[in-house]
Design a protein. Sequence first.
Length: 527
Amino acid sequence: MTGTAEKAAGTAVVIGAGVGGLATAMRLAHAGLDVTVLDRATAPGGKMRAVESAAGPVDAGPTVLTMRHVFDRLFSDVGLALSDYATLIPERILARHYWPDGSTLDLFADAEESAAAVRAFAGRGGEAEFRAFSAEAARLFETFDAPMMQAGAPSVAGLSARMATRPGLIPALAPLSTLARRLARRFSDPRLRQLFGRYATYVGGSPYEAPAVLSLIWHAEASGVWRVDGGMHALAQGLARAAEWLGVRFRMNAEVARIEATGGRVQAIALADGTRLPCDLAVFNGDPRALATGLLGESVQHSVAAAGTEPRSLSANVWAFAARYSGPELAHHTVFFGADPVREFAPIAEGALPEDPTLYICAQDRGAGAAPPGVERFEIIMNAPPLPGGQPEDTELCRTRTFQTLARHGVRFSPEPRPAAALTTPAGFNALFPASHGSLYGRSPHGLMAAFQRPVARTRVTGLYLAGGGAHPGAGVPMATLSGQHAAAAILKDRASTSTFRRTATRGGISTGSATMAAAPSRSSPS
């Protein structure tokens, strides 16, 4: 569609082919809208990206898949089956954990197996504390799910009404406490405090500043972790194929220059190559900060409040490569803890690399029923500050700190990856996701009210909506997928009184110079 092309009834443009944008596109196409997805990358996926390695495409983004019911519901709601588009394999071991003192702990999908492992690790007292913490996390999750995660626009009043029916949970909520302080009261063993404090990083926070309620993240993981056959990027490809079947058209290598709005209403999307796509509505599946800073044009700069984009969440240094491995036995998800979590998070708060980092390894070719090949694919993640940091980036320091730390645990890779080929830094993420400052999770989760300040699907510009990890309900693959549900629901509700839609008569497709839906190395999208 170029130049003066006419608008079709119910024409929607989704900017960004990340999981939030794909989920929105699927739902809108199923409802009968004419949907086009634009992305500056060569293949769909957004942060769920892959890069090439000697052993094939290796994940370089999210690696942990929880809350499978979110994806089952997405496909069911559009008349499809998830199993036709992706193969999800449940993992018996949720994660394996190593400490510098040589201790190790596996947590399992089976609650009793986890409790027994904790008893062997930290004694009967540790087991009792773990059981109490797990029960508390489950109650918090169930309490927050409906008024927060499932609500399109959560409110303090809605949450308060829910909490009023369960006053016994107020101490667990610990509204004036951080996650670290709450865990210090919950666990006698400092290793368990360190382990469960790590869940703050799942949404881009520090346990020393994130609210205590984030302990509920443990329940999401304890409820099950799935490995995606082919890697996490294969799930993104499955979503894109489903969207195509529903009639969605994709235009890859499409750089959006601006969103055009007149009189406070979206009119068109302008591409960097001069193409103009008139539309009735647009869904921005990128970091909302790109809108607030004017990157998508002055006419939509006021669409998102600054409080919804600042302060920024954590970034990361991410290694993605193939090598031969030697060292302690790895699970699909393995964590190597530093000796002192303060020496990890205090430097990050000052804009520097952690002095004593915790390092997470995803062994993509390992897991339930998988025998790893000689040369395996790996992703290593080190938490890092967003840009602008207090210090300039030093990729060589990142390399030595990463692999010297792992060497102290007995971990060796041959060959050891080099930064130029395998490392994505906060600056690299900022280039991949414009205006993000490298933050992987949008707005910081720090502060009791952070969850209410994250932008919701509707913006201040009529016809412009948000989806993705930077919008409500927040970071993580399931949460970004839920954001697509909220965006589609808001769009259909807003248009219900004025429009009638019919299913599109033709199927969608991918428009790209040479890229296909096959797993391929790619830059990431704006999403």
